[in-house]
Every structure is written in structure tokens, then in C-alpha cells.
Design a protein around this ligand. Sequence first.
Ligand code: CUA
Length: 345
Amino acid sequence: MRRGSVVQLVAIGAVCGAGAALVALLIPWMPHAASEQAGRIDLVFWFVTAICIAIFALVAAVILYAIVKFRAQPGEDADGPPIHGNTGLEIAWTAVPAVLVTAISIVSAVVLAKNEHIPHASAASSDRLTPLVVKVTAQQFAWSFEYPGFGKLTSATLKLPINVTTKLRITSLDVTHSFWVPEFGQKEDAVPGLETTLVITPDRQGTFPVICTELCGLGHAVMRSSAQVMTSQRFLSWAKGQQKQLGSSSGGASGKAVFTNNGCASCHTFTPAGSKGTVGPDLDKLAQEAQRAGKPLQEFIRESIVDPNAYVEPGFQKGIMPATFSSLPKAQLAALVAFLAGGKK
Ligand code: CUA
């Protein structure tokens, strides 16, 4: 091979490789990572992308060079001479991909092992945050989050302290859903009768969407919540404040807090809580609805929470409202009923 040809091949390869690299770098293909795990997944992504760009540049250079250099001249109609193998070339194109695939496997395996690792609580960090456990429950069509380390504290949004490894224990009450926060870089199915786990160490503060990424019924597209990453200090004061409001550490739960924490606002309109949901009946009109159902107001509200299918308001479907609120602690249920009946705190 002449030196001129090698220079030409390298030049074409450099131009093609640079073009592909610009497409990879200038377009924001991936969400801005907000967890250590997502950062490692991005590392694997870029490692594989760099290998792909190098192979693309090589193949593009050889193809373009061959098209220009070896095209048939006018009047030339004979095939080229037959070629019988090239041992050196064949060894190279077997060995190089084998090395690359092995390297990708090793990098991926290391990242997978690191991403699933949960550090044990050390004596130095004897707070309630290492590791933090959050129970994630999916149901048509809502997410709910429970913090077993904080007196069964519940929340309609996922609150997480920054730089703390959190273990999500995920399950579903009805069909298969899938938990996904794009900025955390991982997805995990929520399966009825099974507990799956996901480890997240958030490393960037902010509010990120929680998305259901498994087609689970009519409301799949609206099955959203949010994940809020904050400092450990703010997280602890939030947890403490909520525990107080929900009456799990002292008496007297706040009905409004129970309403917000159980995600009622995402489906129902209720002016005292400032909510405007339209998936379920308008709770500003509870008095008329109780009349239609032929029941006293308080009794009607309690029944509608613990046994939602007992009476379904005309224009709404059975089975949409989850029956899981029947497991609310007594004090919280009473506070919620009073809040809804009175329209005040
Ligand atoms: Cu739940 Cu889609």
C-alpha cells in the first residue's frame, strides 16, 4: 500500500469520526444525570459510543476510498481478479471485536455491581438515613411512598436526601407498572405480589418527574408523581413535620395533610385543599352527592374512602378509586373525613 493512500484513508476517517463525534456530543441525548448510578450508566454509554465512532470512522473511510479509487472506468466491464483470503486481516477482524466486546462486558459488569451495592450503616453514621428505605407502591393510576424508618410516614411525592443511598422496595397492588425517573437513569417494574428493588444515590438537588413506563390501563399517561432531592437536614425536618401533622408521633392529625399525603389532590377537586383534579368526583359537591346516595354526609364520606365502589357517582366508573385507603390509621381517617365534611382544617 502506498503512503499517499494511507494518508488519504486516515484523512477521510478523521473527518467522518469528527462528524459522528459532533452528533454525539452536541445533541443532548441523555437526561442530565442526578444520581451516582445514572453517572455510571452514562459512563458505559460514552465508552460504547467512543468504540462505535472509531469503528464507524474506519468503515466509512474504507468504503468512501474504495468508491472513489476503484470505480469502473467508462468502457471497462471486466470483474476484478478473485481474492482468496488474507490470514492477517482475518485474525485482526476476529481478535479486535473480541477484545472490544470483552472490554464492554467488564465495564458493564463493574457498573452493574456498583449500582446494586448498598453500603452498610457504619457506627460513624448512626442516623436513620443510612441506608434509607422507601416503600414504593404503584396502583392504577398513582404512586405512593412510605418511609418505614419514620413511623410509616406516607407521601404522594418521593422526597430524598442528597448523597444518601436509598433502597426503593417497589410493588404493585393491581397490574404491572414500572418506576422511572429519567434523571436517575434506571427503570424497575412494579409487579403485584412481588417486591423488586432499586438503589438510588441522588447527587443533585432538584425536582424530577416520576413516570410510569409500563402501559397499565386508561390512566397510564397520567400516572405521574415527582421526586424531590434535598439536603439531609431539610429531609429530616420535612419528615419530622409530616409525622407531626399526620399524628403518628402525637395525637391530632391534620385532615389537609392526610389529603395531600395520600395523593387525593391528583384526582379530586377540593377548594379547601386547593386541588383541581378531575379524574374523580368534585369533592366541593359532597353534600349533593351524599344526598343522591341517600346517606348522611359523614357516613357517606367514610364509606366512599374505605369502600369506594359502594356508591359510584353517575358519570364515573367503578374500580378507578383505589380501595387501599381503608388501611389508613384510624386517627388519619377520622381527620380526613372531618376535613372533607367541614371543608376546613
Ligand atoms: Cu402505571 Cu403505566
